[in-house]
Design a protein around this ligand. Structure first.
Ligand SMILES: Cc1cc2nc3c(=O)[nH]c(=O)nc-3n(C[C@H](O)[C@H](O)[C@H](O)COP(=O)(O)OP(=O)(O)OC[C@H]3O[C@@H](n4cnc5c(N)ncnc54)[C@H](O)[C@@H]3O)c2cc1C
Length: 404
């Protein structure tokens, strides 16, 4: 995202228009959480080597497993066939997915994140039409904002021109996650270039619409197997009724939806950092040099204390931000600060963990090599650090009251 997109949030605390996040009763949630944690480690973790080698997530194996554990509809309300978690209840589950192979995490994360965004901005009629299939994973919506030839937000180049009862869309998006299996794309386009930031809209486009093509991009550094392709739109014609919310609301919607999405990235940072910590504790107790376990050395203990401090602080930030969001509040500063602190924390924790593992940590013998690479994506998803700084600073400079 660029600063123009992200810094336009008003200073005062706002309530969200449609908070539908009641969540499961405590006992039911604990049982669900226990079952899905077990399934993540029993069914998905063993696929790590295959996915890392092939740089491909085998959907024919993974999708039925995800469906069985309810992972396609985690925050989708029960009336649409989802599990109905609140965002507070979702965070630990996303964090657990962030401990195993990163391509699976990205798939689950973006599918659930965009579904949650739709709940905030789509009409009831649109939700009725798509959500039951999204909850089953037979439909999936990818988020199409980033462009190769322009900045994000107010600077985008993709345009949607009204022609009778249709929009005709032209433009190019890239780095669009789940581009391999998405059935729909939420395309952010200029519907009235003369209005600047108020002339941008979100439009739902089906994958098989004539003029839309998807091209894979080269494989990524980490989170192997996730597909983040390029979407070309040439005279793509869709009915005006495919608009999400009202024409010109696109940027405001993004500001709202991206808030909780940034906390989701913080939760993935937390999960990855927790796994790196567990691996480090285990390794430090077993590795002996000069007749003693390295865990007994002050230098290693200092790393461990620093890692623990980062994890503890991040847990607190995520808990505060999600509790506010679930109460129906907007959280512009908290979201950007959680995302920013999270990406720096997981960067530090995976650095320290690699050092504790010594040279063997740089090989694929231990998962720290993968976690280190996977964590670097958290710097970029939902906007890089400079943008998070711009959003948080803008909120505070405009009188944002985080204690309200
Ligand atoms: C694996 C992966 C998956 C992704 N998935 C999606 C997806 O599903 N949908 C989607 O739409 N996007 C997706 N993205 C794109 C991601 O959100 C962007 O890459 C990220 O927001 C940065 O935008 P950019 O790449 O255009 O970089 P740029 O905007 O070109 O930024 C480059 C550098 O310049 C800085 N910069 C740029 N503009 C400003 C400014 N105005 N002020 C200060 N600094 C600035 C940035 O901080 C950054 O350091 C994905 C990216 C990756 C790597």
């Amino acid at each position: 995202m660029n600063a123009n997109t992200q810094a336009g949030i008003a200073g005062s605390v706002k309530m969200r228009s449609r908070p539908e996040q009641t969540g499961l009763p405590e006992k039911e949630y604990e049982a669900f959480k226990r079952d899905i944690f077990e399934a993540i480690w029993r069914d998905l973790d063993p696929l790590e080597e295959q996915i890392e080698n092939d740089e491909h997530v085998p959907h024919e194996i993974v999708d039925p497993l995800l469906l069985k554990m309810g992972a396609f509809g985690l925050m989708i309300p029960r009336r649409f066939g989802g599990i109905g978690l609140s965002t507070s209840q979702y965070m630990p589950i996303l964090a657990e997915f962030s401990k195993i192979q990163g391509g699976i995490r990205v798939l689950v994360h973006v599918h659930n994140s965009v579904s949650h965004g739709l709940l905030e901005i789509a009409s009831e009629e649109q939700l009725q039409a798509i959500m039951p299939a999204v909850a089953k994973g037979t439909k999936s919506v990818a988020f199409g904002l980033t462009e190769p030839d322009f900045g994000s937000g107010a600077d985008i180049g993709t345009g949607a021109v009204r022609d009778g009862d249709d929009y005709v869309i032209n433009g190019r998006k890239w780095l669009i996650t789940n581009s391999d299996f998405a059935t729909h794309f939420m395309i952010i386009a200029k519907t009235d270039p003369s209005k600047g930031a108020d002339g941008i809209s979100s439009i739902l486009v089906e994958r098989n619409t004539p003029g839309l093509t998807v091209t894979p991009l080269p494989e990524t550094m980490g989170c192997k197997g996730g597909e983040h392709g390029q979407i070309d739109l040439v005279n793509v014609r869709v009915p005006v009724s495919n608009i999400l919310g009202k024409e010109g609301e696109g940027l405001t919607q993004m500001e709202e939806v991206l808030e909780i999405s940034r906390v989701f990235i913080a939760a993935t940072s937390l999960g990855t950092a927790e796994r790196a910590m567990e691996l480090s504790l285990d390794f430090a107790k077993k590795r002996v040099t000069f007749g003693k376990a390295i865990a007994s050395r002050q230098a290693i203990q200092r790393y461990i204390a620093e890692m623990g401090t980062d994890i503890y602080a991040l847990r607190g930030m995520i808990a505060d931000a999600t509790a506010k969001w679930d109460s129906g509040r907007r959280i512009p500063a908290e979201a950007s600060m959680s995302k920013l602190f999270g990406l720096e924390a997981v960067g530090r924790v995976t650095d320290r963990s690699l050092l504790i593992h010594g040279g063997i940590g740089y090989t694929r013998k231990y998962p720290i090599e993968r976690l280190y690479r996977d964590a670097r994506l958290n710097w970029l998803e939902e906007g890089p650090p400079t943008i998070q700084m711009a959003v948080a600073a803008h909120a505070f400079l405009n009188g944002y009251d985080w204690d309200a």
